[in-house]
Design a protein around this ligand. Structure first.
Ligand code: SAM
Ligand code: SF4
Length: 360
């Protein structure tokens, strides 16, 4: 497969965008890995292929959200190149996300290019609205390993209200089954519970994990929504969610979670196969073991989901810089990674970029 014709147009960075990170120490460059100043190494790269979406989930994106200008976006070949360079610096997992990554017109080429140039595990996070068997088969053949699908409600009317779309939970459930059938599992299914909206569905959603090939994951709502509607009394903690699930399905903790993994996982105590995971960035921050780096659709390197500093890769990618210059940039940006998100500190300020423009 060729990536010719997918080169980045020569677009100057808009005024005000910070061009580059400060230099990391020479010893860090000599290590040839992406290390931060707190002793963490990057192994997990998240590429946000687009900030656009066909949903407008109430906890994520307001209907009038403004998207990045098309001419500011990275091209498929740029994503592949960054993935290749990052793999050479120790990345082993690449997640394609957004926005809604399945809207990207060259998704297949991105997957194929990453597969050709790296041995990384390739996963995608999607709302599942447009998945079909032929696309899944093509993505799998191109090198996709796993799919994560978001599903916040099993009730049609509520699903419509949350996603502000004409999608249905039945459609998403069918997409989950299709992914399992196409060998793209185990399918992780993500749900974000918001108090008074869908927090009464914890056990119903957990029951999805009792289907073969599905792992249910509950993610605490974070202050990253474009509407800035997150409030301390509206997010639902992992402990509260787990307690609600255990009223119907007692759970037992599973040993062996990777410390850098975002989820703590549990099995059903009654022996039914299946896993339920809790991602608790608000109640139990896992920043100390973070191994992630994010690249936005418009080419900004974000060392942390909550970064207020980001670094513009586009001038390098668009002006013929060498791979070693791109690698140097990634190493320098990683070195600046903050120790933690600090949500509970008085200085915390929600980043200007919403989750949908960062890549979840
Ligand atoms: N559009 C795709 C989807 O929804 O799966 C991929 C992008 S979305 C930003 C990735 C994940 O982030 C989804 O599982 C979504 O539920 C989650 N998410 C979005 N906004 C969030 C927030 N403010 N706090 C926690 N999770 C959030
Ligand atoms: Fe779109 Fe995903 Fe955000 Fe929902 S959570 S609005 S599907 S990017």
């Amino acid at each position: 497969m060729t990536l010719q014709g997918l080169a980045l147009p020569q677009v100057p960075a808009p005024a005000g965008r910070r061009a580059g990170p400060p230099s990391a120490p020479a010893s860090v460059h000599a290590a040839g890995r992406m290390l931060d100043s707190h002793g963490r190494a990057i192994r997990d790269l998240r590429l946000s292929l687009t900030d656009r979406c066909n949903f407008r989930c109430t906890y994520c994106m307001e209907p009038d959200v403004r998207f990045a200008a098309p001419e500011s976006l990275l091209q498929a070949g740029d994503f592949v190149r960054v993935a290749r360079v990052a793999a050479g610096l120790g990345v082993t997992k690449i997640r394609l996300t957004g926005g809604e990554p399945t809207l990207h017109p060259h998704l297949l080429q991105v997957i194929a290019g990453i597969r050709i140039h790296t041995a990384c595990e390739i996963a995608i996070t999607t709302n599942g609205a447009t998945l079909d068997r032929p696309s899944l088969r093509a993505w799998k053949a191109a090198g996709l390993d796993r799919v994560t699908i978001s599903l916040d409600s099993l009730r049609t009317e509520r699903f419509t209200r949350i996603t502000r779309s004409n999608g249905t939970p039945a459609r998403v459930l069918a997409a989950i089954d299709d992914c399992v059938a196409e060998g793209l599992g185990p399918v992780k299914v993500n749900a974000v519970l918001v108090r008074g909206v869908n927090d009464d569905e914890a056990a119903d959603l957990a029951a999805l994990a009792r289907r073969p090939g599905v792992e249910m994951r509950f993610i605490e709502w974070m202050p990253l929504d474009s509407g800035h509607a997150w409030e301390p009394d509206r997010w639902v903690s992992a402990a509260e969610t787990r307690a609600a699930i255990e009223r119907r399905f007692p759970l037992v903790p599973l040993a062996g979670d990777d410390p850098s993994s975002t989820a703590r996982t549990f099995a059903f105590a009654d022996g039914t196969p299946g896993r339920v995971g809790f991602v608790a960035p608000v109640s139990s921050p896992f920043c100390g073991a973070c191994s992630r780096l994010r690249i936005t659709a418009d080419g900004m390197v974000r060392p942390c989901l909550f970064s207020t500093r980001e670094f513009d890769l586009r001038p390098l990618l668009g002006h013929g810089a060498s791979d070693s210059a791109v690698a140097r940039f990634l190493v320098d940006a990683t070195w600046t990674k903050q120790a933690g998100h600090g949500i509970h500190t008085p200085e915390f300020r929600q980043p200007d970029r919403p989750m949908s423009a960062i890549g979840g």
